[in-house]
Each structure stands twice: as C-alpha cells, then as structure tokens.
Design a protein around this ligand. Structure first.
Ligand code: APR
Length: 319
C-alpha cells in the first residue's frame, strides 16, 4: 500500500523535502502551511515535474489539518528560520508557540504517525512537541545529528581529499554551538582519526578548525544567504530518517531522542545514535565515550537543559 508523508511547513526545507520524497517515490505527500498558497503552489510545481521524473506519487497542498489524517510520517519545519547574527536559541519564543499549534493538529488528526521535527532550537522544540502532543517518545524524534555529522564528514573529506562515503563519524549532544563531533569514534577508510593525527596526515589545529566550522556550519550558511537558513542538507537528512522508518531499514542514525538514563541523562531530548525502524526509535545505542568526549557531551546537555528551563518560563504548561 502507498505510504503517506505530511510536511508541516512548506517553506525552504518543506519544499525540498517534498521534492526529494517525490524523486525517491517514498510516499504520497501532503504539504501543509498556514500560508495556503505556498503549500498549494509548491505541490503543483513539484507535481508538474513528474512528466520529466516519471514519479508516480501524489502531492497536495493545504492549510487544513484534516488532510494529514492517517499519515505514516509527519515532518515538521513550521517556524521561523534564523537571520544573520541570530543563534538558534533566539527562535525559542516564536517557534514554541507555533509548535504548540502543530502538536494540537497532529494529536487531533494523525496521532499514530512517526513524527520528525526539524524546527529550531531543535532539542527543546522536539521536547515541547512531545509534551504538547502526548505522542509516545519513540514516535517523536528530532533531526540534527545526521546533518551535523554530514557537515563534519564533508569538511574532513575536503581536507583529507578522501571520498566522503569512506568517512565514518557522528556528532552528538544538542544541536547548537556546543554540539560534539566524536573524534575518537571517527574512522577514515577503516583507520582511526587518532592514527591520522599520529601519522601527521592532519594536524591538531586544522582538526580544531574543522570542529569549529562544523559547530558553526548553519551560521556560515545563514550569513551567505542573508535571507533564511540551510535547507538542502537538512531536508536530505530528514528524508533519511523517514526512509529508515517506512522501509524498516533499522539504520543507526544520530537523532535527538528522549533519554531516560542513557548516557547519564534523564527526561531530556538530545542527540545520540539510535536505530530507526518500523517501531520508530527501536533502540538507543550507548557508545563508550572517552573522558574528553563525556565532558563535552555533558556541557552540551547542560546547554539544552538551560534552554528548556527558559522554555518552561515562557510556557508553564511545559513543567
Ligand atoms: N503552521 C504551519 N506552518 C507555519 C506556521 C504554523 N503555525 N508558522 C509558520 N509556518 C510556515 C511558514 O509559512 C513557512 O512557509 O513555516 C514555513 C517555514 O519555512 P521557511 O521560513 O522557509 O523556513 P525553513 O528554512 O524551511 O526552516 C524552518 O527549520 O531548520 C529549521 O531553523 C529552521 O526553525 C526553522 C525551520
């Protein structure tokens, strides 16, 4: 049977998600946006490319939540993106209000879906989304780690002149300036990054620059674009999560999930490696972190906790 993906938010990421889903023929697509014309226009534009691509999926645009009924997957990008000079955290107040409305829409119309949140500030917004919607924790996840890891792998690949698909790495923690590229977990063509360092194939300073550029990867693009933030790489990352769920691929992917003691963190969403399959988040993988990685990870967790405290001050219902 054909699957259905609803995209809440038909802006830059929403439109790119719809196009990628159509090209992959992953599912029929409902593009939802408060700005009805944007959703309808993008759905029609992508649908009209099917004569070229041969894609057989159906697309519709809407501003009516009833149309998302019985979605297999829902991907949320509703909200406001950053402007130059802003941090993701600056979006908290406005996006929190939007996510409350979106959570109601999902709860009332498609409560059995696998829900992927992309709206920033990611970890806190996905936590609020789960609380507002009341959906099970294993069915509500945040997209950030795949994107951050992909940025890190790309920068390493350019520096080392090695194809990006030969680089294995992951970025954990919160999706902000404290995110943690896992250097000790990084392998290049089967060889550890520490061996690369030891052999002088990359120096420590260069590596620190790459880590820093990864952390600021989103801001670098915001500065170039001036209007809006990154959308191609975030959309590609969201689609990988949706596909692993729909096809029960059980891929191991870094995602923001609800931690209940794993990595020493309780009752908080943050980025860790998980298995995504037909039951949603099927397993949380607990990697053995080095002391330095542990320290950075917990610093990042602290930043997420602080921002969630700020969210609770904005809306006491989150307590
Ligand atoms: N319900 C549905 N859609 C909404 C709502 C709402 N309450 N409020 C705003 N939107 C829509 C806007 O009309 C817009 O079309 O969300 C869309 C957001 O699209 P863009 O402004 O193009 O932003 P985008 O680049 O797609 O990023 C969206 O994802 O990565 C994060 O930081 C980014 O929080 C931002 C989000």
């Amino acid at each position: 049977m054909k699957k259905k993906i609803s995209l809440i938010g038909a802006g830059q990421i929403g439109g790119t998600l719809a196009h990628l889903i159509a090209l992959k023929e992953l599912a029929d697509v409902v593009l939802f946006d408060v700005a009805e014309g944007i959703a309808k226009g993008k759905a029609l534009d992508i649908a009209q490319s099917s004569g070229v691509s041969g894609s057989k999926i159906n697309l519709i645009g809407t501003n009516n939540y009833k149309d998302i009924k019985n979605s297999d997957v829902i991907i949320i990008t509703a909200g406001v993106p950053r402007k130059p000079g802003m941090t993701r955290d600056d979006l908290l107040g406005i996006n929190l209000k939007i996510i409350k409305e979106v959570a109601e829409g999902i709860k009332n119309n498609s409560p059995n879906s696998f829900v992927i949140c992309i709206t920033n500030p990611l970890d806190v917004i996905v936590m609020a989304l789960q609380k507002y919607s009341g959906l099970p924790h294993n069915m509500v996840v945040g997209m950030a780690g795949i994107l951050d890891s992909s940025r890190f792998k790309y920068f390493l690949s350019k520096q080392l002149d090695i194809p990006v698909n030969k680089i294995n790495s992951l970025v954990l923690g919160g999706h902000g300036d404290t995110m943690v590229p896992m250097l000790e977990q990084t392998e290049i063509d089967g060889v550890s990054l520490s061996k690369f360092l030891k052999d002088g194939k990359i120096d420590k300073k260069k590596l620190e620059e790459i880590v820093d550029r990864t952390r600021k990867g989103g801001a670098e693009i915001v500065k170039f674009l001036q209007k809006g933030s990154a959308f191609y790489a975030p959309a590609a990352s969201g689609v990988e999560m949706a596909e692993s769920y729909l096809k029960d691929q059980k891929k191991q992917l870094p995602c923001a999930v609800y931690l209940q003691g794993e990595y020493g963190v309780k009752n908080l969403y943050a980025g860790v490696p998980v298995i995504i399959g037909a039951s949603g988040v099927e397993k949380i993988i607990e990697l053995k972190l080095s002391d330095e990685e542990k320290k950075s990870f917990h610093q990042s967790i602290k930043a997420v906790e602080d921002l969630f405290s700020a969210a609770k001050k904005i809306d006491t219902n989150l307590n």
